[in-house]
Design a protein around this ligand. Structure first.
Ligand code: NDP
Length: 334
């Protein structure tokens, strides 16, 4: 794969310019370009510049409001509702997460119930933003159907990611962020683009047959949940929390209302934050450090989030697929 070297500033500037030239205002482009840059910085390649053409498609079609002004309101001291004004999730987080953090520092536990947002990014930025305030964060969101419930051959669930961050005062939080599909669709698309096969169990082809060819899954096939019926149950939980509980679209409803432009559909997000300081009391961080030391000291174990956090430390330019850069440049002139 031919690549171009871009610094993090160049990645940010490219995303920002492309978004503003396609209808986003400064506030919205800043939030989304920041998310894209952080994804490339951490090596979350399937959620960095790779997504920019789809974001642009949704701006051009008018599905997403590139001038969104999300509004957060308190339903109770522990429940913050956020209306995203049909913008992208990162600009909604800039409003909703500070409101959630403020609430949870008083209540010990709180929910951010987000509606009318378009989410196509990784989820770790929002849970890490919560952990930076020494709070536990958990977030999930549905998408559009691309994954079959265990036993089925047709899609009902989105790839329904769930992310969790555990704060470690003065240290990097421990974070996992994963699709409940055996593999995220972005990764399947990248494998198809790069001509790699995927493990058996990743998905089914259009005839409902198991395949290792990512292009057969991406074109008319379905993904499968990780861990069979267990992952399927967690994907169902994501639908219920981030659609049923926040009162937004289930994945199948999101698809029915979507214009098919390739960008993210309108949907919701469920974010939970908890204060160990209030719930566990003094000594929680030292107690958990003993657990983390025990776990990370075991042969063969690497902590989730470590790969990304190590990537983050590099100040070197990032290698970006040059065909992708060319595609983005055309979006800025065409
Ligand atoms: P991965 O399977 O690559 O990783 C999932 C998690 O497991 C990460 O936290 C990762 O840490 C950790 N991990 C990976 N390998 C190991 C290991 N050997 N030991 C311990 N931990 C490990 O992620 P997915 O492909 O499932 O998801 C990719 C992204 O896609 C996520 O960021 C998700 O939010 C996003 N997504 C977003 C959607 C949306 O609609 N907005 C839909 C679906 C997915 P590390 O990061 O350090 O590698």
């Amino acid at each position: 794969m031919a690549t171009v070297n871009l610094t993090l500033d160049e990645i940010y500037d490219l995303a920002f310019s492309c978004l503003t030239q396609n209808g986003a205002d400064k506030i919205n482009a800043t939030a989304l370009a920041g998310t894209i840059m952080k994804a490339e910085r951490d090596g979350s390649h399937s959620h960095g510049l790779f997504r920019l053409p789809a974001y642009v498609a949704s701006l051009r079609s008018g599905k997403v409001n590139g001038k969104a002004r999300p509004i957060a309101t308190s339903a109770t001291p522990a429940v913050v509702r956020l209306h995203g004004d049909n913008g992208y999730a990162p600009v909604a987080h800039q409003v909703g997460i500070p409101a959630l953090i403020e609430a949870v520092k008083l209540t010990g536990i709180g929910v951010l119930a987000m509606t009318n947002v378009h989410h196509m990014a990784a989820l770790w930025p929002e849970v890490e933003a919560i952990a930076e305030h020494n709070l536990v964060g958990l977030a999930c969101t549905p998408y559009m159907p691309s994954m079959a419930p265990a036993g089925a051959t047709k899609a009902l669930f989105g790839t329904n990611p769930i992310a969790f961050a555990w704060p470690r005062p003065d240290k990097t939080p421990v974070v996992f962020d994963m699709a409940t599909a055996a593999m995220a669709m972005g990764e399947v698309q990248i494998a198809a683009r790069d001509g790699h096969s995927v493990p058996l169990g990743t998905g089914l082809d259009a005839d409902g047959q198991a395949t290792t060819d990512p292009s057969m899954i991406a074109k008319g096939g379905v993904l499968l949940p990780f861990g069979g019926h267990k992952g399927s149950a967690i994907a169902m939980m994501v639908e219920l929390l981030a659609a049923g509980l926040v009162n937004e679209n289930f994945s199948f409803e999101a698809k029915e209302g979507d214009n098919g432009d390739g960008g993210p559909p309108r949907g919701g997000q469920f974010i939970l934050a908890m204060s160990p300081e209030i719930i566990a009391g003094d000594g929680w961080a030292d107690h958990c450090d003993i657990f983390f030391d025990r776990m990370s000291g075991m042969d063969g174990v690497r902590m989730p989030g470590d790969r990304r956090h190590k990537n983050r430390l590099s100040t070197e330019p990032r290698k970006i697929n040059d065909a992708l850069i060319e595609k983005i440049r055309i979006l800025m002139t065409g």
